[in-house]
Design a protein around this ligand. Structure first.
Ligand SMILES: CC(C)(COP(=O)(O)OP(=O)(O)OC[C@H]1O[C@@H](n2cnc3c(N)ncnc32)[C@H](O)[C@@H]1OP(=O)(O)O)[C@@H](O)C(=O)NCCC(=O)NCCS
Length: 186
């Protein structure tokens, strides 16, 4: 059994290019840009338009929520904000959480950041936090994200038919998951 506050004292996660640090108020400018990017909004199915107050409140309260882990993905060399990665929807008795990731915008897509950040988070989730399972949902048209998740060891588990309505079209949502004993290709 893992504790319901398993994400208290969230560690910094690093590799040679990235530094994932607890998401906080200092990341406002980057998060604001990310939330306003039309490409990212479609890929994440974000219908809601967040006000500055909502964003600031969200960032200011991250450290108070020990049942989820919100990281800012930053460039190790410069500290530049590249996006966010989140473990959320913790189900402690079943040692399960959900995962989502979003990079700043198309200018930083397809440079390997998403794959590297996801690997760091999964290593933390299974090897440090002791989770048994991490699940996620991804839209049928988001083939880049699906590729990244598969590269990191997520397995396609099913489809929610017509679960996203975007620009007048219904889209399927693909459920993916990885469990602690699954291979995590490097
Ligand atoms: C999804 C996301 C996190 C991926 O991170 P990334 O840094 O862009 O992706 P990476 O560079 O690590 O890897 C991209 C992979 O997808 C592949 N890819 C890119 N575009 C593709 C396309 N149109 N079709 C198929 N594969 C594609 C790349 O070739 C690469 O795979 P490879 O290493 O085997 O060549 C990032 O693009 C993002 O934040 N997108 C917007 C928000 C989003 O979609 N979030 C996920 C919601 S579920």
């Amino acid at each position: 059994m893992i504790p319901s506050d398993v994400f208290r004292d969230l560690p910094v996660l690093t590799d040679d290019r990235l530094r994932l640090v607890p998401l906080a108020e200092e990341h406002f400018d980057g998060v604001r840009r990310m939330l306003d990017d039309p490409v990212g909004r479609r890929l994440t199915g974000t219908h809601h338009t967040f006000t500055d107050d909502e964003v600031r409140r969200h960032l200011a309260t991250r450290a108070d929520h020990h049942d989820r882990a919100d990281w800012a993905i930053t460039e190790a060399a410069t500290g530049a904000f590249l996006g966010e990665a989140v473990l959320h929807e913790l189900d402690a008795p079943n040692a399960t959480a959900g995962y989502r990731i979003s990079l700043l915008g198309p200018e930083v897509f397809s440079r390997g950041y998403g794959t590297a950040a996801t690997r760091l988070v999964l290593n933390y989730a299974f090897d440090v936090a002791g989770l048994h399972r991490v699940g996620l949902e991804v839209f049928d048209f988001n083939v880049r994200a699906q590729r990244v998740y598969e590269k990191c060891g997520f397995v396609r588990e099913g489809i929610y038919r017509s679960a996203l309505y975007w620009d007048g079209i219904w889209h399927d949502v693909i459920a993916m998951g990885i469990i602690a004993s699954d291979p995590r290709p490097a």
